[in-house]
Structure formats: structure tokens, C-alpha cells
Design a protein around this ligand. Structure first.
Ligand SMILES: [Zn+2]
Length: 227
């Protein structure tokens, strides 16, 4: 009898759809911060925005300053549709920006100016290191001293690591987020990230079905939590 129960339990687990499996491992309130790096782009960002609008969820876009010219409308759309904007880089050239503290701060300031040229009231001080803060941990303090809060991620679709199909990106997004009550999911809306746009509807549905609330960075302190 025990063996039979175990068999059915195992069979149920195997048959369990991915969203339920996500839910089974994350206890308490669940929240997800979708984040898109390397936009705006003509080919991918509008598709991502269409999906977010259709699904009624918000995300955070860490943009590349030098790509903004000619894509002002896309930037206005990101802002106008309630998403958060953050600074990623002006050039995104690692060799240049990680050369020195001054070079990094200058790059951040240039990106900020490029955003403000289109959105003069832009005041967010959120930042994502190109490649992640672990690439240059010594600069974490540099950006913090400049008043920025940087955000890495604890889950990733894998679209920055190689060429994957939409279904692989979906699987990787869920696999890396599994068991985490607060997920910061790294995705990209850069050139060549068409598969990300294709994967996004299913990724959103999976987290919605698992009871995750979609939020934008920076996270707001919870009411009962000391801030
Ligand atoms: Zn990047």
C-alpha cells in the first residue's frame, strides 16, 4: 500500500505542471521582478511591451543610453505604461566602463542624461552593472556612494548566455526561480532577443498561476516589515 502511495505521489509530481511545481517550493507571499536589460531596441522592446500590456503586469527596464536616440517613443512608452526605468550603461563596453571609478561614474551619468533628454523628470537611482556586480565587486561601493542602488538577479532566462529557443528560455526561467519567494528574473530586450519575446507570455502565465505578484524595482518595504 505504501509503495502504491509513493508511486502515485511520484506520478503526481512528474505530471505536475511547472507552475504548480514552482508554487510547491515557495512559501508565503511571492513576488517577481521581471527585468529587461540592453534595450531599447526596435525589434524586441515593443513586443515585450505589448505582452506586458496584454498580461497587465509591470517590469523594470535597464536601458543602454546610446541606443535611446531614435527610440524616444519606445522609452516614453516604457515610462507611460507604468514600468520602471533603470540605468544599465551608456556604452555597455566593459573595457571602457570598468577601467576606473571615474569612467564608471561618467558612463552612468551619460546614460542618465540620455534618459533625461527624453524624460526630464526621470529621477530613479536604480542601476544594474553590465554583466552583474560580481564582475567588479570593488565598484559596488562606488555606485552606492553616488546614491545608486544596484540590482543583480537570482534567476535568469539564459538569454544572455547563449542562443536558446523560447521553450528553453521558459524552462530555464522557471528552473532558476524554483523555490524562491522573491524572484528577480534577468531577461534581455537587446538585438537578437526575439526568442525572449516569444517566451515571455508563457513565463508570465507560469508565475501568475503560481501566485506571484509582479512588481517593479526598487522593491517597496512591506507594511508589516521594518524598512
Ligand atoms: Zn547588459
Amino acid at each position: 500500500m505504501k509503495k502504491l502511495c509513493a508511486f502515485f505521489l511520484l506520478a503526481a509530481l512528474i505530471a505536475m505542471p511547472a507552475p504548480l511545481f514552482l508554487r510547491a517550493h515557495a512559501q508565503g507571499a511571492r513576488e517577481i521582478f521581471l527585468s529587461f536589460d540592453d534595450g531599447p531596441t526596435d525589434s524586441v522592446t515593443p513586443l515585450i511591451l505589448d505582452t506586458l500590456l496584454e498580461k497587465g503586469v509591470r517590469a523594470t527596464f535597464f536601458v543602454i543610453g546610446r541606443q535611446i536616440r531614435g527610440r524616444e517613443e519606445i522609452l516614453r512608452r516604457i515610462d507611460g505604461e507604468g514600468h520602471a526605468l533603470g540605468i544599465h550603461s551608456y556604452t555597455h563596453r566593459y573595457k571602457e566602463i570598468y577601467r576606473s571609478e571615474e569612467a564608471l561614474l561618467q558612463d552612468i551619468a551619460r546614460c542618465r542624461a540620455a534618459i533625461r533628454r527624453v524624460l526630464p523628470s526621470f529621477s530613479a537611482k536604480i542601476y544594474r552593472f553590465p554583466g552583474g556586480s560580481f564582475l567588479c565587486p570593488r565598484y559596488r561601493e562606488t555606485v552606492q556612494r553616488a546614491g545608486y542602488t544596484y540590482y543583480d538577479w537570482n534567476a535568469a532566462s539564459g538569454d544572455g548566455e547563449g542562443r536558446f529557443s523560447a521553450s528553453e528560455l521558459y524552462e530555464r526561467s522557471l528552473a532558476t526561480a524554483r523555490g524562491k519567494a522573491r524572484v528577480v528574473l534577468l531577461m534581455h530586450d537587446g538585438v537578437g532577443c526575439g526568442e525572449t519575446a516569444k517566451a515571455l507570455p508563457a513565463v508570465i502565465d507560469a508565475f501568475l498561476q503560481s501566485g506571484y505578484a509582479f512588481k517593479t524595482l526598487p522593491p517597496q518595504p512591506k507594511r508589516n516589515e521594518p524598512s
